[in-house]
Design a protein around this ligand. Sequence first.
Ligand SMILES: Nc1ncnc2c1ncn2[C@@H]1O[C@H](COP(=O)(O)OP(=O)(O)OP(=O)(O)O)[C@@H](O)[C@H]1O
Length: 269
Amino acid sequence: MLEIKDLNVKLKKETLLEDINLKLLSGELNIIIGPNGAGKSTFLKSLIKIVDIYKGEIFLDNRNLTKSSINELSKDIAYMAQFNQNSNLNTIDVLEISRRKHSGFTLKNKDHDLIEEIIKEFELQKFLHRNIDTLSGGERQKIFLAAAIIQEPKVLLLDEPISHLDPKNQIEMLEIIKRKTKENNFITITVLHDLQNALHYANKIIMLKNKRIIDFQDSLNVDEKMVSKLFEIPCKLFWQEGHPFSFFGHSHDELHKNRHSHKKENNDT
Ligand SMILES: Nc1ncnc2c1ncn2[C@@H]1O[C@H](COP(=O)(O)OP(=O)(O)OP(=O)(O)O)[C@@H](O)[C@H]1O
């Protein structure tokens, strides 16, 4: 279990996170949703100490991580950033370097087997010896996701891991994240802007707004009122055959009415 107690983050005089309290379970996918600038990325960064914690404590399986350095934390926590930096490395180098965080400098046969497995799972064969700086945004995002998962961490932190992917790749990556979380008992925390995918794949939804957690729910219990309050826009939400559908504040003004009737006329002729 990852237990976060009264976590506060300040940058100079500005408070970026206030009184965050959470208990997150192994084997569960927790998805953070919330408006731009709410503090979602800052929260992930505070757990891996890219930003300093001003107040509060973090416990992993009752071990106090609050005073651990980034290097110590990276044995237990893998982090995929929202914006990938250029690195001038080939894909295979990125995967091998990531696996070393788990197994130490000398990789064994079983590490190479796992790397092979991940390459197939993420369909990275074509890019193995390509410099990742030359790859597309989506290709790169898949590699960094594979690199985070291959560390087999206790805690997996993913900041908008599918933002550059097409719909098929988005679904495939979310399926992999969910399955690996369960199989490997990861405590996964993912930031996502897509509400439908968040509700479909998450075990738990963390709602972050104005530096605070305003709700923490089983994804099946999330309702329209909570989402409308979070994003300050009317939201319609319904489930069909196990799939959530959401619509945000569409206005039905003259402009839209004209557009719809125009479309209907075209279809009629
Ligand atoms: N290094 C920094 N210096 C100044 N302000 C910062 C810094 N890092 C973050 N902030 C501010 O803290 C707030 C939270 O930022 P954060 O990136 O955590 O938001 P977010 O919820 O991830 O937003 P988004 O959905 O837009 O990615 C923002 O107002 C941001 O401008």
